[in-house]
Unconditional design. Structure first.
Ligand code: GTP
Ligand code: MG
Ligand code: ZN
Length: 320
């Protein structure tokens, strides 16, 4: 065998196969080799966005390879998932990597149809801040169907806490130019609930893409989980964008309940002013966060998101 080592970027993953865009301009379908294959049993050692080194294996059926090295990740967007089976060893929870090395995450919601899932939005924003991603953007799509002033008022708290908020319509091609600017030259990811228009926005940004989109279910007003695979799409303007399947919920990975308040940008500034050091901001006397909620400086919905997420983290700890 006369293998040659190449390096490249994982742009697609389907059940143990990785499509790697290599420096030679070709895409190779790769498997993991040896040690990596073993490690892949318990963690996502390779994912879209990873830079890898692989051996090209000459093969008449096409370009095939074997990945032998994954470069250290600069950033990771991931969420906690329960491990399946109960063999006793290892963590009950592991990190599912949505994308490796993203420069920017775009949390996508629709203004209506389906209605915004604020608890999910707040979770994804906290995950993005915990991951220390250089850029976090909130996209509010389907503005063509909504009462603009009302929607902007509902998302005002997010602008105040310094998230970039983009109001778009994939259908009417509104706000697309601004998105293009934000995407320029970066590796970005679209994430959010099903049916909010992640794929439609991507198709609007790059019209020749033709990725499938499907109508939201009429009677439940919910997305139907059209996108099943995670792919990195190379943008003509430069950069890559990942279209990912819609998610129902997202749990934080590797965050202690006590540190959660640090990942809520509106809550964090008050934390040091609570009477108790270990204040959970739930019902403690002298809690500066609760006072701020009363004064409408922190929105009640955000506070509720925080409490729900904190309770979930505490329960996960107790389950050990
Ligand atoms: N009116 C309107 N409809 C939109 C807009 N964007 C998307 N849609 C519609 O919403 C439905 C869902 O869009 P998708 O792009 O498939 O949503 P998605 O977020 O990719 O959903 P999953 O792949 O299931 O996660 C489709 O019927 C789209 O045509 C928009 O800006 N306005
Ligand atoms: Mg989709
Ligand atoms: Zn407090």
């Amino acid at each position: 065998m006369c293998d040659t080592a190449l390096s490249g970027l994982i742009v697609k993953e389907v059940s143990g196969f990785y499509w790697v865009e290599a420096g030679d301009g070709h895409t190779y379908r790769c498997r993991l080799r040896g040690r990596l294959l073993e490690a892949a049993q318990s963690s996502d050692v390779a994912a879209i966005g990873d830079r890898v080194r692989f051996d090209a294996v000459p093969d008449e059926t096409g370009r095939i390879g074997a990945i032998f090295e994954v470069e250290p990740r600069r950033t990771v967007l991931g969420r906690a998932v329960r491990t399946e089976g109960s063999r006793g060893a290892g963590d009950p929870v592991r990190q599912h990597v949505i994308i490796a090395n993203p420069d920017a995450v775009f949390v996508v919601t629709s203004a209506v149809k389906p209605a915004p899932d604020f608890p999910l939005i707040d979770r994804l924003l906290a995950i993005a801040d915990h991951a220390e991603l250089p850029e976090v953007v909130l996209i509010v799509n389907k503005m063509d169907l909504a009462d603009e002033a009302k929607v902007i008022a509902r998302f005002l708290p997010y602008e105040k806490m310094n998230y970039t908020v983009c109001y778009t319509s994939a259908e009417k091609r509104l706000g697309i130019e601004r998105l293009r600017e934000l995407l320029d030259g970066k590796i970005s990811v679209f994430t959010g609930a099903s049916g909010v228009g992640k794929t439609s926005l991507l198709n609007a940004i790059q019209p020749d893409l033709g990725r499938a989109v499907k109508e939201v279910s009429g009677w439940r007003d919910e997305g139907v989980h059209t996108t099943r695979d995670s792919v990195l799409v190379r943008l003509e303007q430069g950069g890559y964008i990942a279209d990912t399947p819609g998610i129902r919920s997202a749990a934080l990975y590797d965050v202690e309940p006590e540190e959660l308040d640090g990942y809520f940008r509106d809550i964090a500034p008050y934390v040091g002013r609570c009477r108790f050091n270990d204040c959970a901001h739930q019902d403690e006397p002298g809690c500066a966060v609760i006072d701020a909620v009363r004064r409408h400086e922190i929105s009640r919905a955000r506070w509720r998101s925080y409490l729900a997420l904190r309770e979930e983290l505490t329960k996960a700890l107790e389950a050990y």
